[in-house]
Ligand binder design. Structure first.
Ligand SMILES: *Cc1c(COP(=O)(O)O)cnc(C)c1O
Length: 358
């Protein structure tokens, strides 16, 4: 089967050589040497102000909302993975959706102010498919209304905006290192911030609130990554530039060979160094999309409807209508994109799609 993605695995001996260090020390979690080493390497590679690695990419969103949401209304995007909305509801806050830009697919910053009320405490926006939100405008709005900004940057490993890591924007940014993401630790994630006080709160929150073994700074949870996961991250890390380069080739192939008169693709925001994390294709109607899915399935090619459904239509979010997000969600398909996908498969995929959309 050809799926939307395929996890990049390093040579097993290389993973084992990191595991051996955990065995030798008999140390499997609680910020061991592998986790510290991975944090250092990623911080340098990303040129980020700070990083705390976590056990997945959802818990950092929850921690940020716990610190800054205060049970209030959170302005958010309806076009993201369900974790974004679910984290808001899980933390007893209320999602208030703002529709997306039809080209960039990120929250439409020009519609944010109209959604702000006296109960609004934060903005939680997703840099969809690694495409940055309009971070400068969002920062301006947040300052004016005294709101915190949290970015779900789950897709953004390696993305730069205005020559700096996109993780450096917002009060807190989060990333996912899930096995389906561009850089991974099997399960894992990270949170980033620029400010020492926020870092301190994020840090103790991710480790039960501990202030030393016997005292507590405040409420916390267990968001620690294990050494076994960090070993995977360390084994994948040396291949990261190879991963970007191979994925770029696939993206270039699709761009060159798909009929872009009939399929709309993602518009990357200006001044962005993108990471080739996803290849969303937007069709003219859901009918065409379903035709394409059916034709691909006959060849055992199974892409994913990222993101569907629009998050404002899920029972528990109780969102208002979001015409652009709902329309895009019904017509968008992420095409197979991973290191090692065969040239003949790419040719087959583009041929099938080009035939179905005529
Ligand atoms: C993958 C993803 C998450 C969740 O990350 P996990 O590591 O799976 O918990 C959150 N938001 C978005 C947009 C994602 O794609």
């Amino acid at each position: 089967m050809i799926a939307v993605t395929k996890t990049f695995l390093p040579p097993q001996e290389e993973y084992n050589s990191y595991l051996k260090r955990a065995w030798d020390k008999v140390w499997l979690t609680n910020r061991g040497e592998l986790t510290i080493e991975l944090e250092e390497k990623l911080k340098t590679f990303l040129n980020s102000s700070s990083i705390i690695i976590t056990n997945n990419g959802t818990i950092p969103i929850q921690i940020a909302l716990k610190l800054f949401g205060n049970g209030g209304e959170i302005i958010t995007t309806p076009f993201s993975y369900v974790a974004t909305s679910a984290a808001i509801v899980w933390e007893n806050c209320t999602p208030v959706f703002v529709d997306i830009d039809p080209d960039y697919l990120t929250i439409d910053e020009s519609k944010i102010e109209a959604a702000i009320t006296s109960k609004t405490t934060a903005i939680l926006a997703t840099h969809v498919f690694g495409n940055p939100c309009h971070v400068t405008e969002i920062e301006k709005i947040a300052k004016k209304h005294n709101l915190k900004v949290i970015y779900d940057a789950a897709h953004c490993f390696g993305v730069k905006y205005n020559n700096e890591s996109v993780f450096n924007y917002g009060d807190v940014s989060t990333c996912s290192f899930h096995a389906t993401k561009i850089f991974h630790t099997g399960e894992g994630g990270a949170m980033f911030c620029n400010d020492a006080e926020t870092y301190h709160k994020l840090y103790y929150s991710h480790n039960f609130g501990h202030n030393g073994p016997l005292a507590f700074h405040g409420l916390g949870i267990n968001a620690k990554i294990s050494e076994l996961q960090s070993a995977m991250g360390l084994a994948v890390f040396p291949y990261i530039n190879h991963i970007f380069a191979e994925r770029k080739k696939v993206v270039d192939f699709y761009n060159k060979n798909l009929d872009l008169q009939k399929v709309k693709i993602l518009k990357i925001r200006e001044n962005t160094e993108w990471n080739y994390s996803y290849y969303p294709a937007i069709f003219d109607s859901e009918k065409t999309l379903l035709k394409v899915i059916e034709a691909l399935a006959k060849e055992n090619i199974i892409p994913r409807r990222y993101f569907y459904p629009s998050l404002n239509t899920i029972d528990y979010t109780k969102g208002k209508e979001m015409p652009i997000s709902e329309s895009i969600a019904s017509r968008i398909l992420c095409l197979p994109l991973y290191v090692g996908i065969a040239q003949e498969d790419l040719e087959k995929i583009t041929q099938i799609i080009n035939t179905q959309i005529q």
